[in-house]
Design a protein around this ligand. Structure first.
Ligand code: SAM
Length: 381
């Protein structure tokens, strides 16, 4: 390989990956003079067993997508790295690397530490992304780089953000162009910023979103970010959810707020007659302590814990149904490696006349004295 230039070595590597059908992805950056595009991302896509490359080029304001046949890709890449971009990062299961070229025509090919597991995507996958990778809030929150690319380590969070926005988008279909939202336990507020960004900048809605968070430092940090982004109607307030009183609101969100904080959020939503509630509960301790039933399943701690989660969330959904909501319980993408990924969404509808009886039945079966919502609502099922 001594006679090869560094650029040749890079293309030799690409040729080998193509011939061996090894999965890889590329990120092209550092545009050549006069080129509008800032960067481009190349991923492998597979449909009906046919592999092709998807090339997504980004300018400051737009994305252009082109699908390149597998056999034509090598020449296509050569062209791009000769006329449009200087840099190309390579990620593959066989090793990562980067081709760095400069204006003088000098090239370096460096091998980086580590390997990257690359998966093929279906052709339409990008369409699922409601939030563009180069959205300014993603950079500010440390999810995307200054080049507008989502960091490798933040991919899971990015997918979660997109899934969340997609869920809310379908939930509010047909809603008026104004929306007030209370986010209970907003934390670092990745999802909150995403939602505000999507509804205001992409859907053109008039939104007032308030995040309630008990930790003052997070409140200050998020207010700082909102100001930097010019998100005028997004604000964060330091408060305990328990003490938050909202007169009226269209939507209450409570994502991964701990244990009974979810119940406090539901209670606040009921008091405020919210049209929508979006809940991703976590840490279900309150019910677990009360379950009296012990059988072949519940004698195992882990199964008892899972059962407690199921019961807690089932009763939450039923309480909402008893209060005139239609609910859906399903799996939400978790950003952390945790099984706590259940989502409950509720939309004002009409009362489920069987809900109260169903709650009573669950409580009796498992020997549960009270669900925290009963305490808050001062009712006994
Ligand atoms: C796991 S974080 C989730 C943050 C954000 N909602 C998300 O899903 O990315 C939970 C947040 O809720 C806050 N929290 C928990 N209990 C609370 C309460 N009673 N009142 C206000 N904030 C609370 C915590 O301080 C923490 O920042």
């Amino acid at each position: 390989m001594a006679h090869m230039t560094k650029r040749d070595q890079f293309f030799h590597e690409i040729r080998k990956l193509l011939d061996d059908q090894v999965m890889f992805k590329l990120i092209l950056s550092k545009p050549r003079p006069g080129v509008d595009a800032r960067s481009a991302m190349v991923t492998l896509i597979e449909e009906d067993g046919v592999r092709q490359f998807k090339y997504v080029e980004k300018t400051a304001t737009q994305h252009f997508t082109q699908v390149v046949p597998y056999v034509a890709f090598y020449a296509y890449l050569e062209e791009k790295l000769t006329h449009q971009f200087y840099y190309c990062e390579l990620f593959s299961e066989q090793g990562n690397g980067a081709l760095l070229q400069n204006q003088k025509g000098t090239a370096t090919f460096i091998r980086k530490k580590g390997t990257t597991k690359v998966e093929t995507a279906s052709h339409n996958r990008e369409k699922d992304y409601f939030i563009a990778e180069d959205s300014p809030f993603l950079e500010l929150l440390g999810i995307s780089s200054t080049n507008g690319r989502v960091f490798e380590h933040a991919n899971r969070k990015y997918r979660q953000i997109n899934k969340f926005v997609e869920i809310i988008n379908s939930l509010i279909e047909g809603h008026a162009q104004t929306l007030t939202i209370a986010d209970m336990g907003s934390g670092k507020a990745y999802l909150t910023f995403a939602l505000y960004h999507y509804l205001t900048l992409q859907k053109g809605m008039k939104v007032e979103l308030t995040g309630y968070e008990i930790r003052q430092e997070l409140v200050d940090q998020c207010n700082g970010y909102a100001a930097k982004l010019g998100f005028e109607n997004l604000k964060f307030v330091c408060a305990n959810i328990e003490a938050v009183k909202i007169d009226a609101v269209d939507m209450v969100i409570s994502l991964h707020a701990c244990d009974i904080a979810t119940d406090m959020s539901i209670f606040a939503g009921l008091q405020a007659r919210a049209t929508y509630m979006v809940l991703a509960p976590c840490c279900h301790k309150q019910i677990r302590k009360q379950i009296e039933l012990r059988n072949g399943i519940l004698k195992h701690g882990i199964l008892l814990e899972r059962q407690a989660e199921i019961i807690t969330d089932a009763i939450r959904a039923l309480v909402l149904e008893d209060h005139g909501y239609k609910t859906k319980v399903f799996e939400f993408i978790s950003a952390e490696h945790t099984s706590k990924n259940t989502m409950i969404i509720a939309r004002k509808h009409h009362k489920n006349d069987h809900a109260a009886l169903e709650i009573k039945d669950i409580k009796e079966t498992y020997g549960i004295r009270f669900h925290y919502l009963e305490k808050l609502l001062e009712i006994k099922y």
